[in-house]
Design a protein. Structure first.
Length: 269
């Protein structure tokens, strides 16, 4: 029995998306947002990537196409912030993430695409709501208020959501924002964390049949955007106001989350 049949995983499309302009209208911004998020803002905003691409293709296929691109982005991000890695936090986050990836692998094929959209939509809205509520209440990213022990939980949730939708940024971001790290160290930690997570994910993604020729070909075509997006993110990290970028990004995140939940409800109806 084929693994794809056992897990009921959607097969790769018979015709590649190379000549579909609508696909690129979503794919190019999705890849660039991932790169900018990784290079300049710690990766959390990369949760926008799969939702945007999921507007035109299956979220499962979107995740498969993006994975090799993310692996390349991780190398560039790690290189840019190599002097700021902080191992104590990583030793807590990574073991939990590996467990989360394992659970995500077991559940991967049992999740209906509509359910995946709903999960991504809830994550997107929740992350955006957390940001805006904190902002309206006059709060800030208070450091040192969350015990490191919570990093195991954050890592596990991050590994699971990263496995099914490359949406591991929100739980990791919510944890690190309450740890005593500055913005640059924050990005350095996430760069190593997601490099480990994404390269580990290559194994279950290949085992589950998601790294098909069609999907990998799309990844290769979009790959040149990886260093461009990361480089732009590093540039923005040094020069552009966080306030404007985050306000715009979180507003878009909220809208995309609502749209995906709407699509999921229609798909499950």
């Amino acid at each position: 029995m084929l693994l794809e049949q056992y897990y009921d995983i959607p097969a790769a499309p018979e015709c590649p998306l190379i000549d579909d302009p609508v696909f690129y209208l979503a794919a190019v911004p999705a890849v660039m947002i991932f790169g900018i998020a990784k290079g300049g803002f710690g990766g959390g905003l990369g949760v926008l990537g799969v939702p945007i691409l999921s507007l035109v293709i299956s979220p499962i296929q979107a995740a498969a196409i993006l994975l090799p691109i993310l692996c390349v982005m991780d190398l560039f991000t790690m290189l840019a912030y190599r002097k700021h890695w902080q191992w104590p936090e990583l030793r807590i986050l990574i073991p939990g993430a590996l467990a989360g990836i394992g659970v995500g692998t077991l559940l991967f094929g049992y999740l209906d695409p509509a359910v995946v959209k709903a999960i991504i939509g809830v994550i997107a809205i929740g992350f955006s709501a957390h940001y805006w509520a904190n902002k309206l209440l006059g709060g800030s990213a208070a450091h040192g208020t969350l015990a490191r022990g919570y990093g195991v939980i954050a890592g596990a949730v991050g590994g699971f959501t990263s496995m099914i939708a490359h949406a591991g940024g929100p739980p990791i971001t919510m944890y690190l924002l309450r740890r005593p790290v500055n913005r640059t160290v924050f990005i350095a930690i996430t760069s190593v964390f997601f490099a480990v997570v994404n390269y580990v994910k290559l194994v279950p993604y290949a085992w589950l049949g998601q790294l098909s020729t069609e999907n990998v070909l799309q990844s290769v075509i979009l790959m040149p955007l990886a260093p461009l997006g990361v480089g732009l993110g590093v540039w923005m990290h040094r020069r552009v106001s966080d306030r404007f970028f985050f306000n715009l990004a979180y507003a878009l995140l909220l809208l995309v989350g609502i749209k995906l939940i709407y699509d999921a409800v229609r798909g499950l109806a």
